[in-house]
Design a protein around this ligand. Structure first.
Ligand SMILES: [Zn+2]
Length: 463
């Protein structure tokens, strides 16, 4: 069982100065290592259909001419046995090369000796992660974009990879502190204790708008990650539709509006943005306003998270199993397809309407809400089940028939007699799909399988 706990740090002025120097050094290191990776990548890549080689096009020695021969451990060898083998079957284990090369960095740039070695090594880990997300697809076949070089304000955290419970101590004045290597005791606000049995594993020091915080990763190997097994029934389950008009619509017909504080903050934000636009860029008043805006953004984010937790607890007070649409926010926010008439003219495709929707969609942070729901469900021993959202706004909850709607059509009218708000219909349909598929023991619930089960194996009826 792994948890991440966030605590506020109260570093002294010299400590803040050290943090900032470290961030800058780590940032430079990150950019340099990323550049190395790009060089290698550019030197060896080719069009997929043009070259079937699995080895480097350029001789490996050539690529390595600037890098001193490093001695790294190859896989499969006994621990402690050092072999000078950085090239394995034509492939280069860049991660090991770069890690070993840190020694060289410290010789060339002595300021890196001030940095804790875990922190420095973690920079390489980050490069490795960013690059492998770019080159190798994950389990779902998705890849990230090309990693970016980090500008001054885009590198905000560094990580200690080996922390322990004993690093949380008190200083001579009796304040709670965390012992960070090469920095010393940093005062920390322990607003909640580390849960019993959990070990502190890693700590990421992060610069945020109003100071510094540390994210501690806690682990308890004895606590298994259990998923509650509850058989959903008509009574103990609930379907919800996440929407733009109402934040949540329940299958019982209840609705939860967008929180009012958000609209208030949005209004405030708008006013500040207008004032900012009138200031001279990078002037002192501009900077003050800019800081104010950043603070407000942070406040909104915190308010929203708090509100989402409250909402999640409220929802689970009503049910044991919650069916929610599987949000692929990307699909929702993708640009509308262009429409072209027969004469080759561009026709309105609804992108303008969709942009407005996209904005409020992202603001509403539904994706974050689903994460919160899952966490709360785990805590309460309840279940969240995701349902494929395809078709849930177009089909009737009562008879599964397709009732085509535009985004602007807010009412669902079906020949079968069902007449209700479209979000209400979606929530009811999500619950129905989830229930039918769960009772049939399906792993993943979707409209297609649900209607097939409903109509007894016959193909979907769209009459
Ligand atoms: Zn119907």
């Amino acid at each position: 069982m792994r948890l991440t706990y966030k605590y506020k740090l109260k570093p002294t002025k010299p400590q803040i100065a050290t943090f900032q120097t470290w961030l800058e050094l780590a940032r430079r290191q990150y950019n340099f290592r990323l550049g190395q990776r790009f060089d290698w990548y550019e030197a060896t890549r080719s069009r997929v259909d043009a070259c079937p080689l699995v080895v480097s096009i350029q001789p490996v020695e050539e690529i390595y001419k600037d890098i001193p021969l490093t001695r790294t451990l190859t896989k499969g060898k006994r621990k402690g046995e050092v072999v000078s083998n950085i090239v394995e079957q034509g492939y280069v284990d860049w991660f090991s090369v770069q890690r070993a090369d840190l020694k060289q960095t410290k010789t060339l740039f002595p300021e890196y000796k001030e940095l804790d070695s875990q922190v420095l090594q973690n920079v390489i880990d980050r490069v490795e992660y960013a690059f492998s997300r770019f080159t190798k697809p994950d389990a779902n076949g998705n890849r990230s974009g090309k990693p970016k070089f980090k500008g001054k304000h885009y590198y905000k955290s560094f990580t200690y990879t080996q922390l322990h419970n004993c690093d949380l101590t008190k200083d001579e004045r009796g304040r709670d502190c965390i012992n960070l290597k090469k920095i010393g005791l940093v005062p920390i606000v322990l607003h909640r204790p580390i849960p019993d049995g959990f070990e502190v594993k890693t700590g990421t020091v992060k610069q945020v708008t109003d100071g510094w915080e540390i994210n501690l990763v806690l682990e308890d190997k004895d606590v298994p990650v259990t998923v509650a097994e509850i058989q959903p029934t008509e009574e103990n389950s609930l379907g919800i539709d996440l929407g733009v008009e109402n934040y949540v619509t329940l299958s019982t017909g209840e609705t939860v509006e967008h929180p009012r504080f958000f609209r208030q903050s949005a209004h405030k934000l708008e006013k500040l943005q207008q004032r900012l636009a009138k200031r001279v860029k990078h002037s002192k008043p501009w900077k003050i306003l800019k800081a104010k805006i950043a603070k407000l953004h942070q406040r909104i984010a915190r308010q929203r998270l708090d509100w989402q937790f409250k909402l999640a607890y409220w929802l689970f007070s009503k049910c044991d199993v919650l069916f929610v649409e599987d949000l692929k926010l990307k699909n929702l926010t993708r640009r509308a397809k262009p429409k072209v008439s027969n004469e080759g003219e561009w026709l309105p495709n609804g992108q303008a309407a969709k942009s407005g929707l996209n904005k409020s969609m992202l603001d509403a942070a539904h994706g974050q809400f689903v994460q919160v729901l899952k966490f709360v469900a785990w805590k309460l021993g309840k279940v969240v089940r995701e349902v494929d959202p395809r078709g849930t706004s177009q089909h009737c909850w009562n008879c599964f028939a397709q009732v085509a709607k535009q985004l602007s059509d807010r009412w669902h009218d079906c020949p079968c007699g069902a007449s209700l708000h479209r979000d209400d219909n979606s929530a009811k349909l999500i619950k129905k799909i989830g229930l039918i598929c769960s009772i049939a023991g399906m792993d993943y619930a979707s409209l297609k399988t649900a209607s097939e089960l409903w109509f007894g194996g016959s193909p979907r009826c769209t009459a």
